[in-house]
Design a protein around this ligand. Sequence first.
Ligand code: ATP
Length: 208
Amino acid sequence: MDILVRDLGKKFRKHWVFKGFNYHFKFGNAYAITGPNGSGKSTLLQIISGFIPATTGTLQYKNAPDNAIDNEDFYKYHTLASPYLELIEEFTLLEILQFHFNFKKISNGLSIRSVIDRLYLEDSTDKPIKYFSSGMKQRLKLGLAFYAEVPVLLLDEPTTNLDEKGIEWYHEEVTKQQKNKLMVVSSNVKNEYKHCPHIINLLDWKKI
Ligand SMILES: Nc1ncnc2c1ncn2[C@@H]1O[C@H](COP(=O)(O)OP(=O)(O)OP(=O)(O)O)[C@@H](O)[C@H]1O
């Protein structure tokens, strides 16, 4: 899947966050959206995911050069891990994984149990999410995004709250997955986007 972005702009009340953003995101590539605090990284990622609307411009999602999908259908083709998206706190780990992978196909060769192992959360299988630490929740959010069979992976500040082992796991996964997906990471922490060959600096589209 490719994503074509044309003349994208976002305004909150009277303030433009960015304007005139044009880009062609290509399948099999990893992109970093960078910029200082408040430059609009999360906003842009949320617009790309369809979570919030743009003020100006268009997005086109193509699963072949001459085959665009309906924008409303893009949710089937991507996963998003973001601090803005809350987990269902009442569910246990097992329940949330069963729920999620009911809607998104689990990656080839994986089972719910093997996902729990990969998240090294074996001891918390029946623990409600509300009792998870912030790092455990972040691993879970990333796991829900990583292990779904979708062509587009969107990651907002992905290593927030992760410990050293978690960061290592993150790097292993993104390195493995970047060839088979279109990956977009929104971040201002160099270490979390070091695997991305394409760097977008939002200051270049900052508007007065
Ligand atoms: N719902 C909203 N209503 C009003 N302003 C908003 C809203 N969401 C974001 N903003 C503003 O848009 C700008 C960009 O915010 P955004 O969270 O996208 O920045 P960011 O680059 O991800 O920042 P950070 O590095 O701090 O996470 C900020 O000035 C923010 O206050």
